[in-house]
Design a protein around this ligand. Structure first.
Ligand code: SF4
Length: 354
């Protein structure tokens, strides 16, 4: 173990086997290693943005076992917003100070390709300086398959319609065997990575998630991070890595043992150490709880996502994010935990230091 610790202190890259071994380290010792890297990169700054999540439809052709959001799973209330409704929500969000709309949906075969794209161009027409983060690689894959387009063509249409960056959703866990059990039929790991590679080749940035705490092993998590690290070495297009804690309610995945805070914090810390080429590690409070996200600031995380305003996907499975969090409350929570709240834009330019 000492050889791995020395490597980390000497800023040498660790391999997958060494990253896995880090789980055996005592939590606070591991946390300190990750915290030293975080401090060197960002000091005590903790980033967040003022954003609005919009989830325009929950009608989905896919059947992911962990999903509590889709109306084809356990959600009894199917819906699809009109373009006008989506634009109205974005306008209201901008009036309330949102700089970013984060738009992700289910894979709805009935609404048509233009429903997805028109909403983006109408938002851009109505609100000039809004950043649109939209369409996960899973949605890109769905649109390409459904409308007989290449990934390249869907991505060009996204750019033409005003999408600025891609969210990191749909990655779940890249290991093919686990993926088959939890979300068979959804975008493959290979295609998820391919879509982000094409997006990055256009000079655009994106994020990457990892859903953990279900049936995956620790080794599966490290393998997931390794595939991202390899792509990032090629493209440099990922801004942030976002480990999403699995939410247990209202779904068909039978998970008996849930993650401890210790395991979640260790995973954040290992991500900070292993992903030496992805700048930001996000503790997405909607899935970790706000209290654990605040603690995660001491375990390598430098980003707490944002105020959210409203969220439907994680909250359907039990997360406390349905109505977001108030800005002044968010700021004082970060301050009281000993960190400096920094409002950022979607590409991590600093807008305001509190
Ligand atoms: S996670 Fe997404 S793709 Fe899977 S069933 Fe739910 S809405 Fe559909």
């Amino acid at each position: 173990m000492q050889a791995i610790i020395d490597k980390i202190k000497n800023k040498e890259r660790i391999n997958q086997e060494e990253a896995l071994k880090l789980y055996d380290l005592e939590l606070l010792e591991l946390g300190e290693l990750a915290d030293n890297i975080r401090k060197e990169k960002f000091g005590k700054k903790s980033y967040f943005n003022i954003n609005r999540h919009i989830n325009p439809t929950n009608i989905c052709k896919d059947t992911c076992k962990f999903c509590a959001y889709s109306a084809t799973r356990k959600n009894p209330n199917p819906y699809a917003m009109s373009s006008a409704e989506i634009v109205e929500i974005a306008k209201n969000a901008a009036r309330l100070g949102a700089k970013e709309v984060h738009i992700v949906s289910a894979h709805n075969k009935d609404v048509g390709l233009n429903w997805y794209l028109d909403s983006f161009s109408k938002i851009k027409e109505a609100i000039k300086d809004i950043h649109i983060k939209a369409l996960t690689a899973a949605e890109v894959n769905f649109l390409a398959t459904e409308y007989n387009l290449s990934f390249q063509e869907v991505i060009e249409l996204m750019i033409k319609s005003g999408v600025d960056s891609m969210p990191g959703g749909g990655a779940e866990i890249f290991d093919e065997k686990v993926r088959d059990k939890i979300c068979k039929g959804k975008v493959s790991s290979k295609d998820w990575l391919k879509i982000h590679e094409i997006w990055h080749s256009k000079g655009r940035q994106s994020n990457a998630t990892m859903l953990f705490g279900h049936i995956e092993s620790r080794a599966n998590r490290i393998d997931h991070m390794n595939r991202l690290r390899e792509l990032q070495d090629k493209t440099g297009g990922f801004n942030a890595f976002i480990p999403l804690v699995y939410q247990r309610e209202n779904n068909y995945l039978k998970v008996e043992k849930f993650l401890t805070a210790n395991e979640i914090l260790k995973t954040y810390a290992i991500a900070r150490i292993f992903l030496d080429n992805i700048p930001h590690i996000k503790a997405y409070w909607a899935t970790s709880t706000i209290n654990l996200a605040l603690i995660a600031q001491e375990f390598g995380c430098d980003d707490l996502d944002g105020t959210i305003q409203k969220e439907s996907i994680q909250s359907a499975a039990g997360a406390a994010s349905a109505n977001g969090i108030k800005l002044d409350e968010f700021i004082s929570l970060i301050k009281n935990s000993g960190f400096i709240p920094v409002q950022r834009d979607s590409l991590y330019n600093e807008l305001k230091i509190y």
